[in-house]
Design a protein. Structure first.
Length: 331
């Protein structure tokens, strides 16, 4: 392995990295917008640009394996995005959604690989995506990102395991016991992930039949808990949306003059939800807020586009409205 080649690769990356910083921010913004538009629930979307030291370490490993490789194109996580959801089903939904919006150069489910080997351990789905306008199959640092998808529990295990193992403070004689304990923890967390999914399904199935605290009597908006409960009954097959999204669309309802669930129920009684679903062609379990969003768009049309709370997404809504108004396909 030539130290000169490593030094040259690190120098090239050092020169490129300032351009990668805004690229990482753009990917985070784009991914967040995609998931928000779908109404899928998640904890966080974060991003980073690989540090020079970390790139140097990976460049050494790449050249040790193949002396002719170009680390600048072989190290494919120079821009990284991490999406953390609450349950496994939402990871699958986000992965499918991103596959529609980007060109997927790679897709590895490391949890499935670990399970296929008959073990418990690291679980994370890794997508390598491209938004390049040219050759969509080639890795280009400025137009590609490595996207990690994890549940909250998978993330907790991975971060704790990484922190412990890379501190280098574990005596060698304790490594077997440490491995055993990490394996046990991974198995317990996998079980907990399944239970969280079952709990959410159970709660969501009966949520629409319950009454909740209407919130601040001085606030004219429908409260987020009230709206979440109502929508769970209205769209029983839809996933939960983020708490702030219920609050946001409640503000849109207020702009439309809708301040009670009775008014909203009356409005939606005239909406053909099956027709909307068919026109939108959801390829993922659209969240409850997204389903209401499309219903309001179908009813109010251009007026809905013009609401103050929709100013930041008027073009996106216009594209959706065109779909809703398109003539149905003939068999």
């Amino acid at each position: 392995m030539s130290m000169r080649r490593i030094d040259r690769a690190v120098a090239d990356y050092t020169a490129l990295r300032p351009s990668l910083l805004p690229a990482a921010d753009e990917f985070v913004e784009h991914v967040t917008g995609i998931i928000d538009d779908a109404g899928i629930n998640y904890l966080s979307v974060t991003g980073r640009t690989k540090s020079i030291g970390s790139f140097a370490g990976k460049a050494r490993a790449v050249l040790a394996d193949d002396a002719t490789a170009d680390p600048l194109h072989a190290v494919t996580d120079q821009v990284g995005v991490r999406v953390i959801t609450y349950v496994q089903r939402d990871i699958d939904a986000v992965a499918g959604l991103l596959a529609e919006k980007f060109t997927v150069l790679g897709d590895r489910d490391l949890g499935e690989e670990t399970a296929a080997a008959g073990r418990f351990g690291y679980a994370s789905r890794h997508l390598l995506v491209s938004r390049a306008a040219g050759d969509p199959t080639a890795y280009e640092p400025l137009f590609c990102a490595s996207i990690q998808l994890r549940t909250v529990l998978q993330h907790a295990w991975a971060e704790f395991e990484h922190d412990i193992r890379y501190k280098g403070t574990v005596p060698p004689e304790q490594v077997p016991d440490l491995d055993r304990r990490f394996t046990l923890a991974a198995g317990l967390l996998e079980l907990a992930d399944r239970e969280f999914g079952a709990i959410r399904d159970r709660l969501q199935a009966g949520l629409g039949d319950r009454s909740v605290d209407p919130g601040d009597a001085l606030d004219p908006r429908i409260s987020a808990p009230e709206l979440a409960t109502f929508l769970a009954g209205r769209y029983s097959s839809a996933g939960w949306s983020r708490t702030e999204h219920y609050e946001w669309i409640s503000g849109l309802l207020l702009e439309l003059g809708i301040t009670s669930l009775d008014e909203l129920a009356g409005l939606l009684s005239s909406v053909d939800s099956k027709a909307i679903d068919a026109r939108m062609g959801y390829k993922y379990p659209a969240g409850a807020v997204r389903r209401l969003d499309d219903a309001l768009l179908a009813v109010f049309g251009s007026r809905y586009l013009g609401l103050h709370g929709n100013a930041h997404r008027e073009e996106l809504l216009r594209t959706r409205l065109d779909k809703l108004r398109a003539a149905p396909e003939q068999d």
